[in-house]
Design a protein around this ligand. Structure first.
Ligand code: SDX
Length: 393
Protein backbone atom coordinates (compact mmCIF):
# COMPACT_ATOMS: atom_id res chain seq x y z
CA UNK A 1 0.00 0.00 0.00
CA UNK A 2 1.15 3.58 -0.59
CA UNK A 3 -0.78 6.53 0.84
CA UNK A 4 -4.42 6.15 -0.13
CA UNK A 5 -3.90 3.29 -2.62
CA UNK A 6 -4.14 -0.41 -1.56
CA UNK A 7 -3.09 -2.94 -4.18
CA UNK A 8 -5.20 -6.13 -4.37
CA UNK A 9 -3.89 -8.33 -7.24
CA UNK A 10 -6.75 -10.29 -8.83
CA UNK A 11 -9.14 -8.31 -6.62
CA UNK A 12 -9.12 -11.24 -4.15
CA UNK A 13 -10.40 -8.98 -1.37
CA UNK A 14 -12.08 -6.22 -3.37
CA UNK A 15 -15.79 -5.81 -3.90
CA UNK A 16 -16.38 -4.03 -7.23
CA UNK A 17 -20.09 -3.35 -6.86
CA UNK A 18 -23.37 -4.05 -5.06
CA UNK A 19 -25.53 -6.55 -6.91
CA UNK A 20 -28.92 -8.17 -6.35
CA UNK A 21 -28.57 -10.86 -8.99
CA UNK A 22 -26.51 -13.86 -7.77
CA UNK A 23 -25.54 -14.97 -4.26
CA UNK A 24 -22.56 -17.24 -3.56
CA UNK A 25 -21.48 -18.71 -0.23
CA UNK A 26 -18.01 -20.14 -0.95
CA UNK A 27 -17.60 -21.87 2.41
CA UNK A 28 -20.93 -23.70 2.23
CA UNK A 29 -21.00 -24.13 -1.56
CA UNK A 30 -24.29 -22.24 -2.03
CA UNK A 31 -25.36 -20.61 -5.33
CA UNK A 32 -28.68 -18.74 -5.81
CA UNK A 33 -30.00 -16.71 -8.76
CA UNK A 34 -32.26 -13.90 -7.44
CA UNK A 35 -32.77 -16.00 -4.25
CA UNK A 36 -33.67 -19.29 -5.97
CA UNK A 37 -31.26 -22.21 -5.34
CA UNK A 38 -29.32 -23.54 -8.31
CA UNK A 39 -30.52 -27.04 -7.36
CA UNK A 40 -34.20 -26.02 -7.70
CA UNK A 41 -33.64 -24.11 -10.93
CA UNK A 42 -31.59 -26.88 -12.57
CA UNK A 43 -34.28 -29.41 -11.60
CA UNK A 44 -37.48 -27.45 -12.24
CA UNK A 45 -36.82 -24.47 -14.54
CA UNK A 46 -35.85 -23.92 -18.18
CA UNK A 47 -32.98 -21.85 -19.54
CA UNK A 48 -35.14 -19.07 -20.98
CA UNK A 49 -37.16 -18.89 -17.77
CA UNK A 50 -33.89 -18.57 -15.80
CA UNK A 51 -32.64 -15.96 -18.30
CA UNK A 52 -35.82 -13.93 -17.67
CA UNK A 53 -35.36 -14.36 -13.88
CA UNK A 54 -31.75 -13.12 -13.98
CA UNK A 55 -32.46 -10.16 -16.29
CA UNK A 56 -35.82 -8.97 -14.88
CA UNK A 57 -35.53 -10.17 -11.27
CA UNK A 58 -38.53 -12.53 -10.93
CA UNK A 59 -39.72 -15.83 -12.35
CA UNK A 60 -41.97 -14.86 -15.31
CA UNK A 61 -45.72 -15.44 -15.41
CA UNK A 62 -46.83 -17.61 -18.33
CA UNK A 63 -47.74 -14.55 -20.45
CA UNK A 64 -44.35 -12.90 -19.74
CA UNK A 65 -42.47 -16.10 -20.58
CA UNK A 66 -44.47 -16.55 -23.80
CA UNK A 67 -43.66 -12.99 -24.91
CA UNK A 68 -39.95 -13.38 -24.05
CA UNK A 69 -39.73 -16.72 -25.89
CA UNK A 70 -41.62 -15.46 -28.95
CA UNK A 71 -39.65 -12.21 -29.15
CA UNK A 72 -36.45 -14.25 -29.09
CA UNK A 73 -37.81 -16.61 -31.76
CA UNK A 74 -38.56 -13.64 -34.02
CA UNK A 75 -34.92 -12.46 -33.86
CA UNK A 76 -32.87 -15.65 -34.28
CA UNK A 77 -32.16 -14.86 -37.95
CA UNK A 78 -28.78 -13.21 -38.50
CA UNK A 79 -28.17 -10.54 -41.17
CA UNK A 80 -26.88 -12.16 -44.37
CA UNK A 81 -23.87 -9.81 -44.40
CA UNK A 82 -22.67 -11.42 -41.16
CA UNK A 83 -22.20 -14.61 -43.16
CA UNK A 84 -19.73 -12.69 -45.33
CA UNK A 85 -17.81 -11.56 -42.22
CA UNK A 86 -17.79 -15.21 -41.11
CA UNK A 87 -16.38 -16.38 -44.45
CA UNK A 88 -13.50 -13.95 -43.99
CA UNK A 89 -12.13 -16.01 -41.09
CA UNK A 90 -9.45 -18.69 -41.61
CA UNK A 91 -11.11 -22.10 -41.15
CA UNK A 92 -8.88 -22.90 -38.17
CA UNK A 93 -10.00 -19.75 -36.32
CA UNK A 94 -11.04 -20.66 -32.76
CA UNK A 95 -14.83 -20.27 -32.51
CA UNK A 96 -14.50 -17.99 -29.44
CA UNK A 97 -12.60 -15.43 -31.54
CA UNK A 98 -15.11 -15.73 -34.37
CA UNK A 99 -18.06 -15.37 -31.98
CA UNK A 100 -16.69 -12.32 -30.13
CA UNK A 101 -16.08 -10.62 -33.51
CA UNK A 102 -19.54 -11.45 -34.85
CA UNK A 103 -21.22 -10.25 -31.63
CA UNK A 104 -19.31 -6.96 -31.77
CA UNK A 105 -20.29 -6.58 -35.45
CA UNK A 106 -23.92 -6.30 -34.27
CA UNK A 107 -23.09 -2.68 -33.35
CA UNK A 108 -22.61 -2.07 -37.10
CA UNK A 109 -25.97 -3.63 -37.98
CA UNK A 110 -27.84 -1.96 -35.11
CA UNK A 111 -26.09 1.41 -34.60
CA UNK A 112 -28.89 2.66 -32.33
CA UNK A 113 -27.31 0.38 -29.67
CA UNK A 114 -24.48 2.92 -29.46
CA UNK A 115 -26.79 5.59 -28.03
CA UNK A 116 -26.27 5.57 -24.23
CA UNK A 117 -29.59 7.40 -23.78
CA UNK A 118 -31.75 5.11 -25.88
CA UNK A 119 -35.19 4.09 -24.62
CA UNK A 120 -35.87 1.06 -22.43
CA UNK A 121 -37.71 -0.48 -25.39
CA UNK A 122 -34.52 -0.15 -27.46
CA UNK A 123 -32.51 -1.77 -24.62
CA UNK A 124 -35.08 -4.59 -24.48
CA UNK A 125 -34.62 -5.10 -28.23
CA UNK A 126 -30.80 -5.26 -27.81
CA UNK A 127 -31.24 -7.89 -25.08
CA UNK A 128 -33.59 -9.96 -27.24
CA UNK A 129 -31.20 -9.71 -30.21
CA UNK A 130 -28.24 -10.94 -28.14
CA UNK A 131 -30.19 -13.85 -26.64
CA UNK A 132 -31.60 -14.75 -30.08
CA UNK A 133 -28.63 -14.30 -32.39
CA UNK A 134 -25.69 -15.59 -30.36
CA UNK A 135 -26.73 -19.28 -30.63
CA UNK A 136 -27.14 -18.87 -34.39
CA UNK A 137 -23.74 -17.18 -34.71
CA UNK A 138 -22.16 -19.83 -32.46
CA UNK A 139 -23.52 -22.64 -34.66
CA UNK A 140 -22.36 -20.73 -37.74
CA UNK A 141 -18.84 -20.39 -36.26
CA UNK A 142 -18.80 -24.18 -35.85
CA UNK A 143 -19.98 -24.78 -39.42
CA UNK A 144 -17.36 -22.31 -40.68
CA UNK A 145 -14.67 -24.31 -38.92
CA UNK A 146 -15.90 -27.48 -40.65
CA UNK A 147 -16.14 -25.69 -44.00
CA UNK A 148 -19.80 -26.73 -44.11
CA UNK A 149 -22.80 -24.58 -45.16
CA UNK A 150 -24.57 -22.87 -42.25
CA UNK A 151 -28.07 -23.84 -41.09
CA UNK A 152 -30.77 -21.23 -40.61
CA UNK A 153 -32.87 -21.17 -37.42
CA UNK A 154 -36.30 -22.79 -37.66
CA UNK A 155 -39.19 -21.09 -35.89
CA UNK A 156 -40.93 -24.35 -35.06
CA UNK A 157 -38.12 -25.41 -32.67
CA UNK A 158 -37.51 -24.19 -29.13
CA UNK A 159 -34.31 -22.45 -28.14
CA UNK A 160 -32.04 -25.41 -27.33
CA UNK A 161 -33.47 -27.68 -30.05
CA UNK A 162 -32.92 -24.90 -32.60
CA UNK A 163 -29.27 -24.59 -31.59
CA UNK A 164 -28.68 -28.36 -31.75
CA UNK A 165 -30.22 -28.47 -35.22
CA UNK A 166 -28.11 -25.53 -36.47
CA UNK A 167 -25.02 -27.22 -35.05
CA UNK A 168 -25.50 -30.69 -36.49
CA UNK A 169 -27.96 -30.75 -39.40
CA UNK A 170 -26.38 -31.30 -42.82
CA UNK A 171 -28.00 -30.35 -46.15
CA UNK A 172 -30.45 -32.75 -47.79
CA UNK A 173 -30.43 -35.15 -44.84
CA UNK A 174 -33.33 -35.51 -42.39
CA UNK A 175 -32.38 -34.36 -38.86
CA UNK A 176 -34.16 -35.43 -35.67
CA UNK A 177 -33.30 -33.48 -32.51
CA UNK A 178 -32.69 -35.92 -29.63
CA UNK A 179 -34.75 -34.77 -26.59
CA UNK A 180 -32.11 -36.24 -24.24
CA UNK A 181 -29.55 -33.88 -25.73
CA UNK A 182 -31.96 -30.92 -25.66
CA UNK A 183 -32.74 -31.50 -21.95
CA UNK A 184 -29.05 -31.91 -21.10
CA UNK A 185 -28.21 -28.66 -22.92
CA UNK A 186 -31.02 -26.75 -21.23
CA UNK A 187 -29.78 -27.87 -17.79
CA UNK A 188 -26.11 -27.07 -18.59
CA UNK A 189 -27.03 -23.57 -19.81
CA UNK A 190 -28.96 -22.95 -16.55
CA UNK A 191 -25.92 -24.04 -14.53
CA UNK A 192 -23.65 -21.58 -16.37
CA UNK A 193 -26.09 -18.65 -16.45
CA UNK A 194 -24.47 -16.34 -13.85
CA UNK A 195 -21.85 -16.36 -11.14
CA UNK A 196 -21.61 -12.86 -9.58
CA UNK A 197 -18.40 -10.91 -10.28
CA UNK A 198 -16.23 -13.52 -12.03
CA UNK A 199 -13.53 -12.45 -14.51
CA UNK A 200 -15.69 -12.24 -17.65
CA UNK A 201 -18.65 -10.60 -15.89
CA UNK A 202 -16.27 -8.02 -14.43
CA UNK A 203 -15.04 -7.40 -17.99
CA UNK A 204 -18.63 -6.88 -19.19
CA UNK A 205 -19.33 -4.42 -16.37
CA UNK A 206 -16.06 -2.53 -16.86
CA UNK A 207 -16.52 -2.18 -20.65
CA UNK A 208 -20.18 -1.29 -20.15
CA UNK A 209 -19.23 1.36 -17.60
CA UNK A 210 -17.70 3.45 -20.41
CA UNK A 211 -21.22 3.45 -22.00
CA UNK A 212 -20.06 1.05 -24.73
CA UNK A 213 -22.99 -0.82 -26.28
CA UNK A 214 -24.37 -4.09 -24.87
CA UNK A 215 -22.95 -5.88 -27.92
CA UNK A 216 -19.42 -4.51 -27.36
CA UNK A 217 -19.67 -5.37 -23.64
CA UNK A 218 -20.81 -8.96 -24.30
CA UNK A 219 -18.02 -9.32 -26.88
CA UNK A 220 -15.53 -8.30 -24.15
CA UNK A 221 -17.06 -10.94 -21.84
CA UNK A 222 -16.58 -13.63 -24.48
CA UNK A 223 -12.90 -12.71 -24.81
CA UNK A 224 -12.32 -12.71 -21.04
CA UNK A 225 -14.09 -16.10 -20.71
CA UNK A 226 -11.78 -17.64 -23.34
CA UNK A 227 -8.72 -18.05 -21.08
CA UNK A 228 -7.93 -21.56 -19.69
CA UNK A 229 -8.10 -20.28 -16.10
CA UNK A 230 -11.75 -19.29 -16.68
CA UNK A 231 -14.24 -20.61 -19.24
CA UNK A 232 -11.49 -22.17 -21.34
CA UNK A 233 -10.99 -24.69 -18.50
CA UNK A 234 -13.75 -27.01 -19.77
CA UNK A 235 -11.79 -27.57 -22.97
CA UNK A 236 -8.51 -27.91 -21.00
CA UNK A 237 -10.11 -30.53 -18.68
CA UNK A 238 -10.98 -32.87 -21.54
CA UNK A 239 -7.51 -32.41 -23.09
CA UNK A 240 -5.99 -33.23 -19.66
CA UNK A 241 -8.21 -36.32 -19.19
CA UNK A 242 -7.38 -37.50 -22.72
CA UNK A 243 -3.65 -37.13 -21.96
CA UNK A 244 -4.08 -39.19 -18.77
CA UNK A 245 -5.94 -41.83 -20.76
CA UNK A 246 -3.16 -41.91 -23.39
CA UNK A 247 -0.67 -42.12 -20.52
CA UNK A 248 -2.18 -45.45 -19.39
CA UNK A 249 -4.49 -43.76 -16.89
CA UNK A 250 -1.53 -42.80 -14.71
CA UNK A 251 -3.45 -40.44 -12.44
CA UNK A 252 -0.84 -40.26 -9.63
CA UNK A 253 1.65 -38.86 -12.13
CA UNK A 254 -0.67 -35.94 -12.97
CA UNK A 255 -1.55 -35.35 -9.32
CA UNK A 256 2.19 -35.11 -8.60
CA UNK A 257 2.68 -32.69 -11.53
CA UNK A 258 -0.17 -30.51 -10.25
CA UNK A 259 1.46 -30.34 -6.79
CA UNK A 260 4.93 -29.62 -8.14
CA UNK A 261 5.64 -25.89 -7.74
CA UNK A 262 8.22 -26.06 -10.55
CA UNK A 263 5.69 -27.58 -12.95
CA UNK A 264 3.24 -25.09 -14.52
CA UNK A 265 0.67 -27.91 -14.91
CA UNK A 266 -2.52 -27.44 -12.87
CA UNK A 267 -5.38 -29.86 -12.38
CA UNK A 268 -7.84 -28.24 -14.78
CA UNK A 269 -11.41 -28.09 -13.53
CA UNK A 270 -10.16 -28.01 -9.94
CA UNK A 271 -10.07 -25.11 -7.50
CA UNK A 272 -12.04 -21.91 -7.33
CA UNK A 273 -11.53 -18.35 -6.09
CA UNK A 274 -14.77 -18.36 -4.11
CA UNK A 275 -15.78 -22.01 -3.52
CA UNK A 276 -13.73 -23.59 -0.73
CA UNK A 277 -16.14 -26.50 -0.82
CA UNK A 278 -17.76 -28.46 -3.64
CA UNK A 279 -18.98 -26.19 -6.46
CA UNK A 280 -22.73 -27.00 -6.31
CA UNK A 281 -22.82 -26.92 -10.11
CA UNK A 282 -20.12 -29.63 -10.29
CA UNK A 283 -22.25 -31.92 -8.11
CA UNK A 284 -25.26 -31.49 -10.40
CA UNK A 285 -23.23 -31.89 -13.60
CA UNK A 286 -21.47 -35.02 -12.27
CA UNK A 287 -24.89 -36.65 -11.64
CA UNK A 288 -26.18 -35.44 -15.02
CA UNK A 289 -23.13 -36.94 -16.76
CA UNK A 290 -24.07 -40.42 -15.55
CA UNK A 291 -27.72 -39.89 -16.55
CA UNK A 292 -27.04 -38.43 -20.01
CA UNK A 293 -24.36 -40.95 -20.99
CA UNK A 294 -26.61 -43.73 -19.70
CA UNK A 295 -29.61 -42.51 -21.75
CA UNK A 296 -27.42 -42.06 -24.84
CA UNK A 297 -25.90 -45.49 -24.29
CA UNK A 298 -22.39 -44.02 -24.23
CA UNK A 299 -19.55 -45.47 -22.17
CA UNK A 300 -16.78 -42.87 -21.96
CA UNK A 301 -13.59 -44.05 -20.21
CA UNK A 302 -12.71 -40.40 -19.64
CA UNK A 303 -15.66 -40.12 -17.21
CA UNK A 304 -14.21 -42.94 -15.10
CA UNK A 305 -10.79 -41.24 -15.16
CA UNK A 306 -12.42 -37.97 -14.02
CA UNK A 307 -14.19 -39.70 -11.11
CA UNK A 308 -10.99 -41.52 -10.07
CA UNK A 309 -9.00 -38.28 -10.33
CA UNK A 310 -11.55 -36.51 -8.10
CA UNK A 311 -11.45 -39.35 -5.57
CA UNK A 312 -7.64 -39.39 -5.33
CA UNK A 313 -7.28 -35.58 -5.25
CA UNK A 314 -9.87 -35.19 -2.49
CA UNK A 315 -7.85 -37.57 -0.30
CA UNK A 316 -4.57 -35.76 -1.00
CA UNK A 317 -3.30 -33.34 1.67
CA UNK A 318 -2.21 -30.76 -0.95
CA UNK A 319 -5.76 -30.37 -2.31
CA UNK A 320 -7.50 -30.81 1.04
CA UNK A 321 -5.33 -28.17 2.72
CA UNK A 322 -5.96 -25.68 -0.10
CA UNK A 323 -9.67 -26.60 -0.26
CA UNK A 324 -9.43 -27.46 -3.95
CA UNK A 325 -12.58 -29.18 -5.25
CA UNK A 326 -13.95 -29.90 -8.72
CA UNK A 327 -15.54 -26.80 -10.25
CA UNK A 328 -18.21 -26.28 -12.92
CA UNK A 329 -15.73 -27.12 -15.69
CA UNK A 330 -14.60 -30.51 -14.39
CA UNK A 331 -17.45 -32.69 -15.71
CA UNK A 332 -19.23 -30.41 -18.19
CA UNK A 333 -16.97 -31.32 -21.13
CA UNK A 334 -17.86 -35.00 -20.71
CA UNK A 335 -21.52 -34.20 -21.35
CA UNK A 336 -20.76 -31.83 -24.23
CA UNK A 337 -18.67 -34.58 -25.81
CA UNK A 338 -21.45 -37.13 -25.41
CA UNK A 339 -23.76 -34.62 -27.13
CA UNK A 340 -21.37 -34.61 -30.11
CA UNK A 341 -20.09 -31.09 -29.46
CA UNK A 342 -16.42 -30.73 -30.53
CA UNK A 343 -13.86 -29.76 -27.86
CA UNK A 344 -13.07 -26.34 -29.32
CA UNK A 345 -16.78 -25.43 -29.00
CA UNK A 346 -16.91 -26.20 -25.25
CA UNK A 347 -16.06 -22.65 -24.16
CA UNK A 348 -18.61 -21.31 -26.66
CA UNK A 349 -21.19 -23.43 -24.81
CA UNK A 350 -20.11 -21.75 -21.57
CA UNK A 351 -20.62 -18.35 -23.24
CA UNK A 352 -24.12 -19.35 -24.45
CA UNK A 353 -25.02 -20.20 -20.85
CA UNK A 354 -23.46 -17.07 -19.39
CA UNK A 355 -25.25 -14.69 -21.78
CA UNK A 356 -28.22 -13.87 -19.51
CA UNK A 357 -25.90 -13.31 -16.55
CA UNK A 358 -23.72 -10.90 -18.52
CA UNK A 359 -26.85 -9.11 -19.76
CA UNK A 360 -28.37 -8.89 -16.26
CA UNK A 361 -25.14 -7.58 -14.74
CA UNK A 362 -24.65 -5.02 -17.56
CA UNK A 363 -28.27 -3.83 -17.17
CA UNK A 364 -27.92 -3.55 -13.37
CA UNK A 365 -24.67 -1.56 -13.74
CA UNK A 366 -26.26 0.83 -16.28
CA UNK A 367 -29.49 1.25 -14.30
CA UNK A 368 -27.56 2.11 -11.15
CA UNK A 369 -25.59 4.73 -13.13
CA UNK A 370 -22.28 3.35 -11.90
CA UNK A 371 -19.32 5.63 -12.70
CA UNK A 372 -16.80 4.55 -15.35
CA UNK A 373 -14.44 1.94 -13.90
CA UNK A 374 -11.00 3.50 -13.54
CA UNK A 375 -8.78 1.99 -10.80
CA UNK A 376 -5.51 3.63 -9.66
CA UNK A 377 -2.04 2.04 -9.21
CA UNK A 378 1.13 2.28 -7.11
CA UNK A 379 3.82 3.63 -9.48
CA UNK A 380 7.11 1.69 -9.41
CA UNK A 381 8.81 3.03 -12.54
CA UNK A 382 11.80 5.46 -12.90
CA UNK A 383 11.74 8.98 -11.42
CA UNK A 384 11.72 12.07 -13.72
CA UNK A 385 14.68 12.08 -16.13
CA UNK A 386 15.84 14.19 -19.15
CA UNK A 387 15.48 13.04 -22.74
CA UNK A 388 18.60 11.28 -24.06
CA UNK A 389 19.48 12.00 -27.72
CA UNK A 390 19.89 8.90 -29.88
CA UNK A 391 23.60 9.64 -30.35
CA UNK A 392 24.08 9.81 -26.57
CA UNK A 393 22.44 6.42 -25.71
C1 SDX B 1 -14.48 -20.77 -13.74
O1 SDX B 1 -14.85 -16.90 -10.73
C2 SDX B 1 -15.76 -17.68 -11.11
O2 SDX B 1 -16.86 -17.74 -10.58
C3 SDX B 1 -15.45 -18.52 -12.33
C4 SDX B 1 -16.46 -19.54 -12.75
C5 SDX B 1 -17.73 -18.90 -13.24
O3 SDX B 1 -18.78 -19.55 -13.17
O4 SDX B 1 -17.64 -17.76 -13.78
O5 SDX B 1 -16.76 -20.37 -11.65
C6 SDX B 1 -15.92 -20.41 -13.90
O6 SDX B 1 -13.65 -20.08 -14.27
C7 SDX B 1 -14.10 -21.95 -12.90
C8 SDX B 1 -12.56 -22.13 -12.76
C9 SDX B 1 -12.02 -22.81 -14.04
N1 SDX B 1 -10.53 -22.82 -14.00
C10 SDX B 1 -9.85 -23.94 -13.78
O7 SDX B 1 -10.37 -25.01 -13.49
C11 SDX B 1 -8.34 -23.80 -13.91
C12 SDX B 1 -7.63 -24.50 -12.76
N2 SDX B 1 -7.91 -23.77 -11.50
C13 SDX B 1 -6.92 -22.82 -11.06
O8 SDX B 1 -6.18 -22.19 -12.03
C14 SDX B 1 -7.41 -21.94 -9.89
O9 SDX B 1 -7.95 -22.77 -8.96
C15 SDX B 1 -8.38 -20.82 -10.17
C16 SDX B 1 -7.92 -19.95 -11.28
C17 SDX B 1 -9.75 -21.36 -10.49
C18 SDX B 1 -8.50 -19.99 -8.89
O10 SDX B 1 -7.26 -19.42 -8.68
P1 SDX B 1 -6.96 -18.52 -7.36
O11 SDX B 1 -8.21 -18.28 -6.59
O12 SDX B 1 -6.17 -17.34 -7.83
O13 SDX B 1 -6.11 -19.47 -6.49
P2 SDX B 1 -4.52 -19.57 -6.53
O14 SDX B 1 -4.07 -19.69 -7.96
O15 SDX B 1 -3.96 -18.49 -5.69
O16 SDX B 1 -4.29 -21.01 -5.83
C19 SDX B 1 -4.20 -21.10 -4.40
C20 SDX B 1 -3.27 -22.29 -4.17
C21 SDX B 1 -1.92 -22.16 -4.90
O17 SDX B 1 -0.99 -22.96 -4.20
P3 SDX B 1 0.01 -22.20 -3.13
O18 SDX B 1 0.72 -21.11 -3.93
O19 SDX B 1 -0.89 -21.64 -2.05
O20 SDX B 1 0.94 -23.30 -2.68
O21 SDX B 1 -3.88 -23.49 -4.70
C22 SDX B 1 -3.07 -23.98 -5.77
C23 SDX B 1 -2.18 -22.84 -6.22
O22 SDX B 1 -0.96 -23.36 -6.77
N3 SDX B 1 -4.01 -24.35 -6.85
C24 SDX B 1 -3.88 -25.42 -7.62
C25 SDX B 1 -5.00 -25.42 -8.45
N4 SDX B 1 -5.77 -24.36 -8.17
C26 SDX B 1 -5.15 -23.70 -7.17
N5 SDX B 1 -2.91 -26.38 -7.67
C27 SDX B 1 -3.10 -27.35 -8.60
N6 SDX B 1 -4.17 -27.42 -9.45
C28 SDX B 1 -5.14 -26.47 -9.40
N7 SDX B 1 -6.18 -26.52 -10.21
Amino acid sequence: ASGLITIDPGYKNTGSTKSGITFLDGEKGILRYRGYSIEDLAEKSSFLEVAYLLIYGDLPKQSELNKFQNDIKMHTLVHEDIKRILEGFPSNAHPMGVLSSLVCSLTAFYPESLDPNRSSEAVYLSIIRIMAKVPTMAAWAHKNELGHPVNYPSNNLDYCANFIKMMFAVPAEPFEVDPVIVDALDKLLILHADHEQNCSTSAVRLVGSSQASLYASISAGINALWGPLHGGANQAVIEMLENIKKDGGDIPKYIAKAKDKDDPFRLMGFGHRVYKNFDPRARIIKKAADQVLGKLGIVDPVLDIAKKLEEIALEDEYFVQRKLYPNVDFYSGIIYRAMGIPTEMFTVMFALGRLPGWIAQWKEMRESNEPIGRPRQVYTGPNARNYAELTDR
